[in-house]
Design a protein around this ligand. Structure first.
Ligand SMILES: *Cc1c(COP(=O)(O)O)cnc(C)c1O
Length: 372
């Protein structure tokens, strides 16, 4: 049996005709940038994410950059975030001229630890950037309290968390602005790159809309220097076909995650394997199903799974504070032990809505067959 880490083809097969019709609709109009599809998608996602405004852009990476540009974060400012995330979490901060400041994670959720975050605040701190890693929200109550106490802006990196909830509040609706990605492998994936921001702030939404079209209030009149970052009509049309299915897919992911956790817990493995921890009153959308084993076992176990046709991947093997490009920030190995440990001990198992029970059983049986 083969169990790839991710297979997007069954989703496409199910929606093939609808997707073709949607693409055809856009091609017929020959309107590709900032049209009706994009506007409709923005209002549909604003409603879905319980935010007043949604502003499309070209990628999740650009969403983060645009958020900090619109908030006026720049040189001399510090933004606190997690070192255990995708690269773009920190690059958006850097690209504005601000300094990414890292704070370590909670070992159970892999999300930023509010106490460590608070300890990292200085007089230069302007904003906090929690990431809702793997589809589970960071501890937003604690983070929002800290932000209020120190008068800081909260930006959510919700790239992996569309539809996730913390005590009934949707990802992207809890901070000043939420940043989403529709990279093809995300729970809601476009046919290429696409991203979006959510906010309840009218002025911020208007500024984001300017900044994504070169900072122009109207064409050829530029109030400030923006960028070119739009969610195009073809991508919007694809996403609008998929959005009505998103809750079904996220629920299917969660069911499969629960199945894995049950099978793995009952497997009586001869070595310790930690299944994902789910916070109380959380809706975890399981963008990834990530398990943890002793560092020395991780790579041999992944190799064993690969030999038996099971795809796995490490998210993320090198914490951001140890990336070469961030060397000027002055961090070193040992600064964030929980992030460094997670980078050595965790890996993701195959998870997607169409994954069969038979495939899941095979994955767990294969793990059982591993001789440490
Ligand atoms: C995917 C992702 C991004 C970047 O999104 P792109 O659309 O790929 O640019 C940012 N942050 C996190 C946590 C992500 O997973």
């Amino acid at each position: 049996m083969r169990v790839p880490l991710l297979d997007l083809r069954p989703q496409h097969e199910a929606l093939r005709e609808e997707l073709r019709a949607a693409l055809d609709r856009v091609l017929s109009t020959q309107r590709f940038v900032l049209g009706e599809e994009g506007r409709a998608l923005e209002s549909e996602i604003a409603r879905y994410s319980n935010a007043k405004h949604a502003v499309g852009c070209a990628s999740g990476t650009d969403a983060l950059l645009l958020a900090f540009m619109a908030l006026g974060v720049g040189a001399g400012d510090e933004v606190i975030t997690t070192p255990f995330s995708f690269f773009a979490t920190a690059s958006g901060i850097s690209r504005t001229g601000a300094r990414p400041v890292f704070a370590d994670i909670e070992p159970r959720t892999y999300n930023i630890d509010p106490a460590k975050l608070e300890a990292a605040i200085t007089e230069r701190t302007r904003a906090l950037l929690p990431v809702h890693l793997y589809g589970q929200c960071a501890d937003m109550d604690a983070i929002k309290k800290i932000a209020a106490r120190h008068n800081l802006i909260v930006v959510e990196d919700a790239a992996q968390a569309i539809g996730a909830e913390d005590k009934g509040r949707r990802a992207g609706s809890m901070g000043r602005v939420g940043c989403f990605s529709f990279y093809p492998t995300k729970n809601l994936g476009a046919a290429g790159d696409a991203g979006l921001l959510t906010t309840d702030d009218d002025e911020l939404a208007a500024r984001l809309r300017r900044l994504r079209v070169h900072g122009g209030e109207t064409e050829y009149l530029h109030r400030e220097v923006g960028i070119n970052s739009r969610l195009d009509e073809l991508q919007a049309a694809v996403l609008r076909v998929k959005l009505p299915h998103l809750d079904g897919w996220s629920n299917a992911r969660r069911e499969r995650a629960e199945t894995y956790s049950l099978l793995l817990t009952n497997a009586k493995l001869p070595f310790d394997l930690r299944v994902p921890f789910i916070r109380k009153r959380a809706r975890h959308i399981f963008h990834q199903y990530v398990v943890r084993v002793a560092a020395g076992l991780r790579d041999p176990l992944m190799e064993h799974l690969k030999r038996h046709g099971v795809g796995t991947k490490v998210y993320y093997p090198v914490p951001l504070h140890l990336q070469e490009c961030f060397r000027p920030l002055g961090y070193k190995e040992g600064d964030f032990p929980e992030s460094e440990r997670a980078a050595r001990e965790t890996f993701a198992l195959p998870l997607y809505p169409e994954l069969s029970l038979e495939q899941q059983r095979y994955v767990v049986e294969t793990i059982k067959g591993f001789q440490p």
